[in-house]
Ligand binder design. Structure first.
Ligand SMILES: [Zn+2]
Length: 441
């Protein structure tokens, strides 16, 4: 098709621009925590996208976790409307990056280009994806100026710390409502031929066991909270972990080990806290009267969060039946329900077709073991037609010498651009035409 050929040529012609854009984004260190330079990167994106005809909104997520005058949570939403009514395709990228860590051989904020790879913190997760979506949209606008509907590009804060100052905030303000946006693509680094349909659920809880303090030479005069916790862990080993390993999902989760329910013991603290590194004294002899454990349970679409909690309570009841003076408290810290977009949803079918046309092979469908901002778009925004698709190798995220390949960015920009053609260039033949946008609200 002529339009697609023009688009591919247009994107190939923008290789140097794509490299420069990615480098510019990497050179703004948007470290989170604490959430630095969000305004700077939003200003940069505002300049770039207003030149391309987008209307810009800069939105500060006032009062969200971490937001302060020193570290304001700024977000950008850019929108360009076509001349005719149609659907809106939204590309959402988070603008924050995680801590640099040790082991780098390149400048983490230098954007160095070596052998077709651009290095830097956030190169693959996910400034490379943001740059690819911008170049895809601009190339599409160049070859198809009279499109229908709208294109939106957002850069949002705090994904790495839960997304509350970013996508969750915007979703709460209606930015991801199905009457405003119909298709969402999140260019997270899932490899350029894979479509990520969603993620598993999360339940974090803190369990505390209680005892009674006494002199350590006479532990029988007290009650050891750590031994109570030991009994809980033992019961988990006997009953809970084997049961979780039996729960398999139909979700195409990668890697393979995450195709089942999992539980991580995130931390455990009992008795006296450890002294500072420079403390040279001995501890005092005490029976611990408290022990706290944080658990991180990841669950499947086939599971219900009430059952997930009930399983842990069952362990505690069993231990209670065996031990005198067993007292505990269980507090929920955090919950995210699992989400998975249907394979025949319009955005999935569109991107799958574009991958096949661009890469000459069928798209692979995956589900993420951990969560990302899709959770807020689903639960708060009530929008189900959402996927993650973008360039970069998932395993490089958060690692030293993180990079993104220029060819990978170009390929995924072509997939994104073809998807725009499919959804916005020919509205009459569009996948959503019959039912309208509310068909999957
Ligand atoms: Zn990410």
């Amino acid at each position: 098709m002529a339009l697609a050929d023009d688009l591919i040529r247009e994107i190939d012609g923008r290789r140097e621009d794509l490299i420069a854009l990615t480098q510019d984004l990497l050179r703004i260190p948007t470290l989170n925590p604490p959430g630095e330079n969000y305004r700077d990167i939003c200003d940069y994106l505002q300049k770039r996208l207003s030149r391309s005809g987008f209307d810009i909104e800069l939105i500060r997520a006032h009062g969200t976790p971490g937001d302060s005058d020193k570290y304001p949570r700024w977000n950008i939403v850019a929108r360009r409307d076509g001349d005719r009514p149609g659907e809106c395709v939204h590309f959402n990228s988070h603008i924050d990056v995680v801590d640099v860590g040790h082991g780098w051989t390149k400048d983490p904020f230098g954007g160095e280009l070596v052998d077709g790879k651009i290095y830097g913190r956030g190169a693959c997760d996910m400034k490379g994806g943001l740059a690819a979506s911008i170049v895809a949209a601009e190339a599409f606008l160049a070859v198809c100026p009279d499109f229908a509907g709208a294109i939106e590009i957002s850069g949002t804060a705090d994904e790495e710390s839960g997304g509350y100052g970013g996508v969750a905030y915007l979703a709460g303000k209606g930015y991801f409502s199905p009457d405003r946006v119909q298709h969402v693509i999140i260019p997270e680094p899932l490899n350029k031929d894979r479509i990520c349909l969603g993620h598993r659920g999360v339940w974090w809880a803190e369990l505390e066991t209680f005892g009674e303090i006494a002199h350590g030479s006479m532990p029988f005069l007290g009650d050891c909270a750590v031994r109570h916790m030991g009994a809980v862990i033992d019961e988990m080993e006997q009953s809970l972990f084997p049961a979780l390993a039996q729960k398999r999902t139909e979700m195409p989760v990668v890697p393979e080990g995450a195709k089942q329910s999992t539980l991580n013991i995130n931390s455990i603290h009992g008795g006296q806290s450890e002294g500072d590194a420079d403390f040279t004294g001995l501890p005092s002899p005490c029976v611990p009267d408290s022990c706290r454990m944080v658990i991180d349970r990841r669950f499947l679409l086939e599971e219900n969060i009430d059952d997930v909690q009930a399983e842990v309570l069952e362990v505690l009841k069993t231990v209670e039946g065996r031990r005198d003076k067993f007292r505990y408290d269980l507090r929920e810290l955090h919950r995210v329900l699992p989400t998975m977009t249907e394979k025949d949803a319009p955005v999935v079918r569109t991107v799958a077709k574009a991958i096949a046309e661009t890469m000459g092979r069928e798209a692979e469908y995956v589900v993420s073991p951990g969560t990302y901002d899709q959770k807020h778009i689903d639960r708060i925004g009530k929008l189900k037609n959402c996927i993650a698709y973008g360039p970069g190798i998932l395993d490089l995220a958060h690692k030293p010498d993180e990079y993104v390949g220029v060819d990978d960015m170009l390929d995924s920009a072509k997939v994104m651009g073809r998807s725009l053609i499919e959804l916005l260039a020919r509205p009459c033949e569009s996948s959503l035409n019959k039912g309208g946008s509310h068909a999957f609200a």
